[in-house]
Design a protein around this ligand. Structure first.
Ligand code: GRF
Length: 202
């Protein structure tokens, strides 16, 4: 199954997915494309190092969000992409991005236990709120931000001595294991969706 990863920044989740593929942990999943909106992001360097093709689309080169999204879909079609993994992609899609072809084939990882702490600062917002437990969520992507059906979640405890930096590190470590695990389940067809409920069938 051909996979595209979308990233705008550091790309540590992208790296974890590529490492998992290399170690045979993605089953028949093959990361065939990195899509980015940020030409100077570290994720692109990581892709080049591992020989993964990149597609860089800058927002300012497109008049509307719809045109941008159509250009992405065209590229995904050309590359026969069947599964899209968002990993720190900082753009919101227009409704034209959500076609039947990719229904339940676009996934995201979010650094909190959704539906708590949606948005761009999930770790910091959880930390500042004083919750004792936060974590990581992998979910299907729908038009409304951070709101699609949840596939898997893993909790992370906030210790008394926790700093924002130490919490970030713990969350990212969990992400780097959880995302490849979910990717493999998807590749192997072991995830069934029924409305809001997602089941893992082993
Ligand atoms: C991760 O925390 C992910 O949950 C969120 O964006 C961050 C991306 O980090 N959606 P990286 O670029 O993979 O290092």
């Amino acid at each position: 199954m051909r996979i595209a990863v979308f990233a705008s920044g550091n790309g540590s989740n992208f790296e974890a997915l590529m490492a998992a593929e290399k170690n045979g942990e993605l089953s028949s999943g093959k990361i065939a494309l990195l899509v980015s909106d940020n030409p100077s992001c570290r994720a692109i360097i990581r892709a080049e190092r591992r020989g993964v093709e990149t597609c860089i689309l800058k927002a300012r080169d497109f008049k509307t969000r719809e045109e941008y999204d159509k250009a992405i879909l065209k590229k995904l079609g050309e590359k026969n992409i069947e599964l899209v993994l968002l990993a720190g992609f900082m753009r919101v899609f227009s409704s034209s991005f959500f076609t039947d072809k990719y229904k339940n084939k676009i996934i995201n990882i979010h650094p909190s236990l959704l539906p708590a702490f949606k948005g761009a600062h999930g770790i910091r917002d959880a930390y500042n709120s004083g919750v004792k437990v936060t974590g990581v969520t992998v979910h299907f992507v729908e038009e409304e931000l951070d709101s699609g059906p949840i596939i898997l979640q893993e909790k992370v405890y906030r210790e008394n001595s926790e700093t924002l930096e130490s919490l970030e590190e713990k969350i990212h470590n969990v992400e780097h294991k959880l995302y490849p695990k979910v990717a493999r389940l998807l590749v192997d067809g072991k995830i069934k969706i029924n409305g809001r409920k997602v089941m893992i069938v082993i």
